[in-house]
Design a protein. Structure first.
Length: 275
């Protein structure tokens, strides 16, 4: 069972890709350029589960349990939608200077610091931010990431904001941007052909913790949120947009499931995410 604290949040990811098999991120053997990962038309379900607010490391353990079941063919692919308690997460490319105040200072502010196996650098997650963990079979990691970007752009657009990708500017600019302000981060980890980690969209979270670090390894980056840009969507409303856009982008049927269905028996629907 995965314990949940009923009113906190934070996250996982930065902006990049990583694989656990030692190979560089990119197409796997046998995958063709331009192919959508795991896309076989609208004949496959994506199990979508709203978890409420979950401790970061509890979320990691749940992802790994589900990934093992998907790798073994025991479970359909899953997307977890949740919030986290406040946390800075350090990806594989994080540098000591990304956390200039030091770990002890951060923890004194009530923000945990956790190293993760995902690609990318440092990011922050906290209450009011929508975190999505798609645990899916992936043919081409780069196409998977770009399809995720397009899904977020579509959802943000439905919320009334014009957003864009900056993929042409290099991997440090992975994510989704409103003009020059970053509204969503992406970072994935691939093991035996199945993804973990995913995306985080700033909906109504406090942006100040980003100013205490070097988010995404970009000293001059300006972070924003849907609320800061003046959109009326709350977390529950945007979560529905995001789930729909994600399934459309990947050609999947959305199938809502409970935490109990996934074996997370202690998860309770809490907060705005499940309203």
């Amino acid at each position: 069972p995965i314990p949940v604290q009923p009113a906190q949040e934070a996250g996982v990811l930065a902006d990049d890709l990583s694989r656990s098999d030692g190979h560089p991120a990119g197409p796997l053997a046998g995958s063709g350029r331009g192919r959508l990962p795991t896309l076989r038309g609208m004949d496959r379900d994506l199990l979508v589960c709203h978890l409420g607010r979950v401790g970061y490391e509890d979320g990691l353990r749940l992802q790994e349990r589900l990934r093992e079941r998907i790798q073994a063919g025991e479970l359909d692919e899953v997307m977890l939608l949740l919030e986290h308690e406040p946390v800075y997460t350090l990806g594989r490319r994080s540098q000591p200077g990304d956390l200039p105040m030091g770990e002890d200072w951060c923890r004194a502010q009530g923000i945990d610091v956790v190293k993760t196996p995902r690609g990318g650098k440092l990011t922050y997650h906290g209450p009011g931010q929508l975190v999505g963990y798609p645990i899916m079979r992936v043919d081409d990691v780069l196409v998977f990431l770009r399809t995720m970007e397009r899904a977020i752009i579509a959802a943000v657009g439905e919320a009334g904001l014009s957003a864009r990708s900056r993929e042409a500017e290099g991997r440090d600019y992975t994510g989704v941007w409103v003009e020059d302000r970053k509204v969503a981060s992406i970072g994935v980890h691939l093991s035996r052909g199945v993804s973990a980690h995913g995306f985080a969209v700033n909906v109504a979270n406090d942006l100040e913790p980003f100013s205490w670090v070097v988010p995404c390894g970009l000293p001059a980056v300006r972070m924003t949120s849907l609320a800061a840009e003046g959109t009326p969507d709350d977390l529950a409303c945007f979560r529905k947009r995001m789930a729909y856009s994600f399934c459309q982008a990947f050609g999947r049927r959305q199938r809502l499931v409970t935490p109990e269905r996934l074996g997370a028996v202690e998860l309770e629907p809490v907060g705005t995410l499940d309203s």
